[in-house]
Design a protein around this ligand. Sequence first.
Ligand code: PEP
Length: 249
Amino acid sequence: MRRKLAAGNWKMNGSSEALAELSELAGHHPAPSVDILICPPAPLIHRAAQAISGSSVAIGGQDCHAQSAGAHTGDVSAAMLKDAGATAVIVGHSERRVGHDERNEDVRAKARAAIENGLIAIICLGESLAQREAANTLDIIGGQLSGSVPDLVTGENLVIAYEPIWAIGTGKVPTLAQIGEVHDFIRARLERRFGAGVGRSVRLLYGGSVKPDNASEIFAVPNVDGALVGGASLKAADFSPIISALEAA
Ligand code: PEP
């Protein structure tokens, strides 16, 4: 049985004032039947973790370096995220793959570092619009999956987020059949590589323009175990109904 997960990615948004949203969110969901995770910008992680300590909301990072320490100006290691109070980290988001030229092997090394430091690695995969229109989606997802996921994974330390690049922040969402096709494909590939036990226990999130008004239908798709949410995670008033929809699914 996979415990569902509602994860929010604040990206490069939010200041100390935004911490009030976390308390409000935790107040709305004191004993949720799903996991709730918010990934604020790195400078807010420590304060966010302190602000919601003991609540139902967990805190994660948005990226980490593959090394634990050293001469990497501007980077943050998985050990540092853990030390700041994070329990998970997003790696391989398309805004990092595209904007920072991250390749599958970079994402794999970051995911390994995350897991070795006791964090849940949320590995993002997704095709561009051109790749979808060329009917290459499953090839792209298959390549990202085999290249980005390290060998040491379990259902506890790995989450996969399927995020079509063309659906992120655009208001465009794939059809439910398209989401289902990719999630079934990812599940089958995980089972083939890691065996049924691990393959069936890894949570698969959908991400890309999830909003309160489309969450329920997306969560009804088989093999969708939750969502990675950008814009609609910034305000508790928007994220809370998405969490409730996941609880009801
Ligand atoms: C994201 O950035 O991971 C994302 C899914 O963004 P949005 O929900 O805003 O499309």
